[in-house]
Unconditional design. Structure first.
Length: 311
C-alpha cells in the first residue's frame, strides 16, 4: 500500500501516454506510435526514468518490455540515452497482464491455451476423486474451481476465433460431465440443465449484458459514460430506448458489441431495479429458452447474440 501511495502521482509525469497502475504493476498506453522512430515512446520513457531518479527509485530495464499491436512477427527494441548511458528495452509479442495473456495480434490464442492448461490441471484431480466424492461436492468443486477459469475476462478474450473458442467448449462440457459422472454420449443441453450452467457463449452474453446494465445505470467507471448514446427521432428503436450503432463502428469494438447486446434485451429486463435481479432473471430466461428451443445450436461468432424465444 505504501509503495502504491508513493508512486501514485507518476501519472502527472505522463504527457504522451495513458498510465494504468494496479498495485505494483504499471503499464503505459501509447496511441499512434511509429515503428520507424518510436519518438513519443522514447520521450515519455525518458521522462519516467527522470521521475524515478528524482524520487530515489531505479528503472529496471530487464522487467520492462513494450508491445506494438500489429501483425509483424519480428521483435524490435528501444534504446534510450540517459546520463551518458543507454537503456535497452526489448519488444515482446505476448505478455501476461493482470491474468490476461495479451498478444500483439490480439487473437487471444495464447490466453485460451493458458485457460486450458489451468483447467486441465484441476480436471485431473476432479476425475480421480469422482468415485470418492458425491455429486453434490463434485458440483461444488466445478463451480468453485473450474467456472472462474472460464469466466475471468471472458468479455475480452471472446474476440478470439470461433475455432479456438470451440476448444474451450469441449473442455467445459468435459468438466460438467465429470461432475455429474454422465456418459460421454449424454446431451450437452441435459448436462447444462443439471448443472444449471449456460453454454459458454451464453455465459459471455450474460456477462456482457450485466456490464451494459451497469453502464446504462451509471454503476461503472466514468470513462464508459460517453461511449454509448440513445437513438433519437421517432423510430420504433428510439421509443424502445435502444442504443445507437454506427455503420462505421468496428464489429469487434466494445461500443458496437455492447450496444448490440443491450438492444437485444427485452424491455422487461432493462427496467429491473438492480444488477442482482437483472442477472438472475436474465440467466433464468436464457436457461429455459435454450432448453425449450428445438433449433438451439452453439454459436461462438463474436457478432451473434442469442434471442430469447419467449421474449
Amino acid at each position: 500500500i505504501l509503495f502504491s501511495i508513493y508512486i501514485n502521482d507518476i501519472n502527472f509525469a505522463c504527457n504522451l501516454s495513458k498510465p494504468y497502475l494496479f498495485a505494483d504493476d504499471g503499464a503505459l498506453l501509447f496511441e499512434n506510435s511509429c515503428r520507424k522512430s518510436y519518438i513519443n515512446m522514447k520521450i515519455e520513457l525518458l521522462t519516467i526514468i527522470k521521475w524515478l531518479s528524482v524520487n530515489k527509485l531505479s528503472f529496471n530495464s530487464e522487467k520492462t518490455e513494450f508491445m506494438i499491436f500489429d501483425t509483424l512477427d519480428q521483435a524490435d527494441q528501444l534504446v534510450i540515452n540517459f546520463n551518458d548511458s543507454s537503456i535497452t528495452i526489448k519488444e515482446c509479442k505476448a505478455n501476461k497482464y493482470l491474468g490476461l495473456m495479451i498478444d500483439s495480434k490480439l487473437n487471444f490464442k495464447l490466453h485460451i491455451d493458458y485457460i486450458k492448461k489451468k483447467v486441465l490441471k484441476r480436471l485431473g484431480a476432479m476425475y480421480r476423486s469422482k468415485t470418492l466424492l458425491p455429486v453434490k461436492y463434485r458440483k461444488m468443486f466445478a463451480n468453485a474451481l473450474m467456472l472462474p477459469q472460464f469466466d475471468y475476462l471472458d468479455t475480452i478474450y471472446y474476440r478470439a476465433g470461433v475455432t479456438k473458442l470451440a476448444e474451450l467448449d469441449l473442455l467445459y462440457k468435459k468438466v460438467a460431465k465429470i461432475a455429474l459422472d454422465a456418459p460421454q454420449t449424454e446431451s450437452s443441453i441435459n448436462v447444462y440443465k443439471d448443472m444449471k450452467w449456460l453454454p459458454l457463449h451464453l455465459r459471455r452474453q450474460l456477462h456482457l449484458s450485466n456490464y451494459m446494465y451497469r453502464i446504462i445505470n451509471g454503476d461503472c467507471p466514468t470513462n464508459f459514460n460517453n461511449i454509448f448514446t440513445y437513438m433519437s427521432g421517432g423510430s420504433r428503436n428510439s421509443e424502445n430506448c435502444n442504443l445507437s450503432i454506427w455503420n462505421s463502428t468496428p464489429q469487434k469494438s466494445f461500443s458496437y458489441l455492447g450496444a448490440k447486446c443491450w438492444n437485444n434485451l427485452h424491455h422487461s429486463l432493462r427496467i429491473l431495479p438492480d444488477i442482482d435481479s437483472f442477472s438472475k432473471s436474465y440467466k433464468s430466461k436464457l436457461l429455459s429458452s435454450m432448453a425449450s428451443d428445438p433449433n438451439y445450436i452453439t454459436n461462438n461468432a463474436i457478432n451473434h447474440l442469442y434471442g430469447l424465444i419467449d421474449a
